[in-house]
Design a protein around this ligand. Structure first.
Ligand SMILES: Nc1nc2c(ncn2[C@@H]2O[C@H](COP(=O)(O)OP(=O)(O)OP(=O)(O)O)[C@@H](O)[C@H]2O)c(=O)[nH]1
Ligand SMILES: [Mg+2]
Length: 440
């Protein structure tokens, strides 16, 4: 999915990371490249322009220029803007207070409506819902049969009245669903080759009569800006509530995915990536952004870290690390930052190649923090800065002051010493990052 887009972004990021310092000129150049990449991916012109303006505004801020890996910060800003562009947060399917929930599926001919109805039925079934698919496409002779087959594949109920009108079928379907105790009615409507008045009128009537809780507009992602233009026409007439992008398994360039929310104001709710019933994914803006940027969990890590750590402090810390004068005060500060970031185990998993670097006897469970904090807080500032002055009597005093034992103080000092050595080693290897714990 979007391989081309991803590899182009990776190139830009590689360059960004290469700069020791970023100037407004560097940033402007990167932004020109990002703009080109977006336009080549067939992103709507105005959407691309607004995106660049938003990123540039944030990137030129003073914080970024001061931080020590500014490239990484710009990457994060691009990532965050991309998440917004894709819709920000997840938007789940709406549900009726009083079943059945009515979901109307609309879109042009061949966009993948019927296939999606089947996938949706499968998805709902896996969530213990009871869906009924309704053949409201009487436009194409084979359409009813196609939906019947699709329903069977998904193990869902099916409803049709062959010699009727779409409006009548939909109206009757809702009563029928109640009778069969189905909790979700999915209306598979007819498409047309182009947006036309006849289609819109038919859909408007169905909307008025069935009052759907969700109207999902199905767009063929391979058609790029055409899909976006169609979406615009549909949202004006029908005010649909969500978008389904299909054929994401093809060579879609990303234009539709990246523009449709900004242009229609409606969130993408699902993506289809294949013809089979299982080929449906719930849409997550955050995950999609990471996928497009090709950065996986690193993005999550950068994000978590920058929430927790003042970047300036991190920069100072890294300088220290390179000089290898990592003190107990730093150790304490690091513990505080790490604590803010959530469970340690989870965090460590996200750091590539880290596993083997942590010596066995460095306690890494969160509970261990409490005693460690008390011990460090019981030291004098001088002791924290120069731990080698902590002799036997000082150890006893610290243990008493922190309500721990001399053994625990010893263990902490040993752990600290190990970490100091380890950091020194890593520092020498020249691994650089704005985030100290990425180097542990
Ligand atoms: N590769 C791929 N093909 C898909 C996907 N979704 C649908 N298709 C194919 O696209 C074609 C059209 O799909 P339909 O579901 O019949 O489209 P429709 O919108 O119902 O079309 P009409 O009923 O004619 O308006 C079929 O050949 C599907 O197999 C998808 O996510 N990936
Ligand atoms: Mg169909």
């Amino acid at each position: 999915m979007f391989q081309e887009l991803t590899s182009r972004f990776e190139n830009i990021f590689r360059k960004l990371k290469g700069h020791g310092k970023l100037t407004p000129e560097n940033i402007a150049e990167s932004m020109r490249e990002v703009r080109r990449v977006l336009l080549e991916a067939d992103v709507n012109f105005k959407v691309a322009k607004d995106f660049i303006v938003a990123v540039e505004k944030k990137a030129v801020g003073a914080e970024v220029l001061k931080s020590i890996t500014p490239g990484q910060q710009v990457i994060k800003i691009i990532h965050d803007e991309l998440v917004l562009l894709l819709g920000g947060s997840d938007t789940p399917l709406r549900e009726a207070n009083l079943p059945p929930t009515v979901i109307m599926v609309v879109g042009l001919q061949g966009s993948g409506k019927t296939t999606f109805c089947g996938k949706l039925a499968g998805y709902l079934k896996s969530r213990r819902r009871r869906p009924m698919l309704v053949a409201a496409d009487l436009q194409r002779p084979a359409a009813v049969e196609q939906l019947r087959v699709v329903s069977q594949a998904a193990g869902a109920d099916f409803f049709s009245i062959p010699t009727s009108t779409p409006l009548e079928v939909c109206r009757r379907a809702i009563g029928e669903a109640r009778q069969r105790s189905m909790d979700t009615v999915v209306l598979d409507t007819a498409g047309r080759l182009h947006v036309n008045e006849e289609l819109m009128q038919e859909l408007e009537e169905i909307k008025q009569t069935t009052k759907p809780h969700e109207i999902l507009f199905v767009a063929d992602a391979m058609t790029g800006q055409d899909a976006v233009n169609t979406a615009q026409a549909f949202v004006q007439r029908l005010d649909f509530s969500g978008v389904v992008l299909t054929k994401m398994d093809g060579d879609a360039r990303g234009g539709a995915a990246l523009s449709i929310k900004a242009v229609t104001g409606k969130p993408i709710k699902f993506i289809g990536a294949g013809e089979k019933v299982e080929a449906l994914e719930k849409f997550h803006p955050e995950r999609m952004a990471s996928r497009i940027l090709g950065m996986g969990d690193i993005v999550t890590l950068v994000e978590k870290a920058s929430q927790a750590v003042d970047l300036q402090k991190a920069a100072e810390f890294e300088k220290k690390l390179r000089r290898a004068d990592f003190t107990l005060e730093d150790f304490y500060e690091q513990l505080q930052s790490v604590k803010k970031m959530g469970p340690l185990g989870q965090l460590i998993k996200m750091i590539p190649g880290l596993g083997g670097r942590i010596p066995q006897d460095i306690e890494m469970d969160d509970g261990a923090f409490v005693g460690v904090e008390a011990i460090i807080l019981s030291m004098t500032p001088e002791e924290r800065r120069r731990p080698n002055i902590i002799n036997g009597s000082r150890r006893l005093r610290i243990a008493k002051g922190s309500g721990t034992s001399v053994q625990e103080v010893n263990r902490l000092l040993k752990q600290y010493e190990m970490m100091r050595k380890m950091l020194k080693q890593v520092g020498r290897q020249g691994r650089r990052s704005a985030l100290p714990f990425m180097n542990f």
